[in-house]
Ligand binder design. Structure first.
Ligand SMILES: NC(=O)c1ccc[n+]([C@@H]2O[C@H](COP(=O)([O-])OP(=O)(O)OC[C@H]3O[C@@H](n4cnc5c(N)ncnc54)[C@H](OP(=O)(O)O)[C@@H]3O)[C@@H](O)[C@H]2O)c1
Length: 253
């Protein structure tokens, strides 16, 4: 079991990541939260300090920096290490759903979506991996998506970024295993967060962020390779991945 006593979260203001942070703060963990919006970060930190009984902000700190911008990574990682010392876990959580129609005919919109959801995460993983390797323990988790399992017309640019991230994590997991470092690919299904506002979010497939947070923490503690959250998405995606293309192309998904 991986201990989760010293944890850094990039994209901590995400509804899913905030739910993870709230659970960790309540358990007394030392946290370092990185997010791009200073006001939202401060309000998250204030909430976490109440939950973690850390009024002085000794255990729970943060830095306003955009994790989707690789130019911020060196300073943010250095600040996290300075606060945490040994890092038990790093969680990468930022992301945004691009407008699919805008991506259809815009190279710029497509590249921007790939940067926010894919290459920026790969850049951060590349920066932090050697320190985990040298440390010889710990767990790295990154939030991908079930959308990365199969391209479909409604969100294949986002899916491409998440699919790339999943393949990178797979290779990193292989590389870091001998060093005793776990790498967890987290694949949420449909979650009620600001990212999915505007969707029809009724039905049993939709989960609350706190439920997903519970699944993420379980996967990080156990060092699971790939965690579908909630669990039933593993079965759904097994079917979707294996659906024959000649039939799939007729579905409006
Ligand atoms: N919700 C779902 O159904 C779902 C499903 C599968 C995977 N995911 C993934 O889960 C992760 C967390 O998302 P969430 O659902 O919790 O969404 P969320 O609450 O909307 O949070 C999104 C996070 O990403 C940041 N962000 C958004 N646009 C950005 C940009 N252009 N540049 C830099 N940062 C940006 C946000 O920062 P601000 O707080 O400053 O806006 C926030 O921290 C993401 O990686 C997402 O792709 C979500």
């Amino acid at each position: 079991m991986n201990p989760l006593n010293n944890v850094v979260i990039f994209g901590a203001t995400s509804a899913i990541a905030s739910a993870v942070a709230r659970r960790l703060a309540s358990s007394g963990a030392r946290l370092f939260c990185v997010a791009r919006n200073p006001e939202r970060l401060e309000s998250l930190l204030a909430d976490l300090r109440v939950r973690g009984d850390d009024a002085a902000g000794e255990r729970i700190r943060g830095l306003a920096a955009d994790p989707a911008d690789p130019a911020t990574h060196a300073d943010a990682w250095a600040a996290a290490r300075e606060h945490l010392g040994e890092v038990d876990a790093a969680l990468l959580a930022w992301g945004s759903l691009p407008d699919p129609a805008a991506c259809h005919d815009s190279v710029e919109a497509t590249e921007e979506a790939l940067r926010i959801n894919g290459t920026s995460a790969v850049a951060l993983l590349t920066r932090i991996a050697p320190d985990f390797e040298a440390q010889g323990h710990g767990v790295i988790g990154a939030i991908g998506s079930v959308a990365g399992d199969r391209g479909r017309q409604s969100n294949y640019v986002y899916g491409t970024a998440k699919g790339m991230l999943a393949t990178f994590l797979q290779g990193l997991r292989h590389r870091l295993a001998p060093a005793g470092v776990d790498v967890v690919t987290i694949k949420p299904g449909f979650v009620r967060t600001p990212m999915t506002e505007g969707f029809n979010r009724a039905g049993a497939l939709w989960a609350e962020p706190d439920r997903v947070a519970g699944g993420i923490l379980r996967a990080l503690r156990r060092g699971h390779a790939v965690a579908y959250v909630p669990w039933f998405w593993r079965i759904i995606m097994l079917i979707i991945r294996n659906f024959p293309d000649w039939l799939f192309r007729h579905l409006r998904l």
